[in-house]
Design a protein around this ligand. Structure first.
Ligand code: ZN
Length: 186
C-alpha cells in the first residue's frame, strides 16, 4: 500500500473534526494499512487519518514495538497527569513539554468492526490522547499553557516548512521533511 503525504499545520483538514466510521469495509482496512506504512516511514509513534487528509475517526500507533490501530475511540482519562516532550508529524522539528493524563482507557473498534479496549499508560497513553485529539481537530499546541503556546507559534512561524505549499497539502510529495523525527512524532 502506498505511503501518503503527511499534512502539515496550516492544512484545514487538521483543524476539522473527523466523522465516525460507519462501514468496516476493505476501504477502511486499506486506510489502516496506509496509515501504518506512512507512520513507519516517517518514522513516527502514531498517526491519525486526518494527517493524511482522510477525515475519519481512525488512528494507528507504534509504541514499545507494538503496532496498533483504533476506530471511533472513546477515552476515559486518569486524574493523574504526566508531563513530557511531545511532537507531531504535522509539525516537523517542533517539540514541547505537553501535559497529558497518565493513563487512558480507550474503547473503540478494530478494522473488522469488533469492539476493543486499549489500556495505556505513559507514552502509549500520551500517543492515544494526541491521536484522539487529531480526530477532534485539536492539535498538541492547543494543550500547551498560554506562554508555551505563544513560544511554539513563534517557532512554527519561523520554521522553513510553515506557509509553504507543502503545508497546505497541495503538493503531492512523499516525504515532506528531511529532518529526523527521532521516532517521537505523533
Ligand atoms: Zn500529531
Amino acid at each position: 500500500m502506498p505511503i501518503q503525504p503527511i499534512r502539515l499545520f496550516g492544512d484545514p483538514v487538521l483543524a476539522t473534526p473527523a466523522a465516525r466510521v460507519e462501514t468496516f469495509d476493505k476501504e477502511l482496512r486499506t486506510l489502516v494499512s496506509d496509515l501504518t506504512e506512512t507512520m513507519r516511514d516517517a518514522p513516527g509513534a502514531g498517526l491519525a487519518a486526518p494527517q493524511i487528509g482522510v477525515p475519519l475517526r481512525v488512528f494507528v500507533w507504534d509504541v514499545d514495538d507494538e503496532l496498533g490501530h483504533l476506530v471511533n475511540p472513546v477515552l476515559t482519562l486518569s486524574e493523574e497527569l504526566q508531563d513530557g516532550e511531545e511532537g507531531c508529524l504535522s509539525f516537523p522539528d517542533i517539540r514541547y513539554d505537553t501535559p497529558r493524563a497518565m493513563t487512558v482507557i480507550a474503547n473503540g473498534f478494530n478494522m473488522h468492526g469488533e469492539p476493543v479496549q486499549i489500556n495505556g499508560s505513559e507514552f502509549l497513553a500520551r500517543a492515544i490522547q494526541h491521536e484522539t485529539d487529531h480526530l477532534d481537530g485539536i492539535l498538541f499546541i492547543d494543550r500547551l499553557p498560554t506562554d508555551l503556546r505563544k513560544e511554539a507559534m513563534r517557532e512554527i512561524r519561523e520554521s522553513e516548512w510553515f506557509g509553504s505549499e507543502i503545508a497546505h497539502g497541495t503538493t503531492p510529495v512523499i516525504k515532506v521533511s528531511p529532518h529526523s523525527t527521532r521516532g517521537l512524532g505523533i
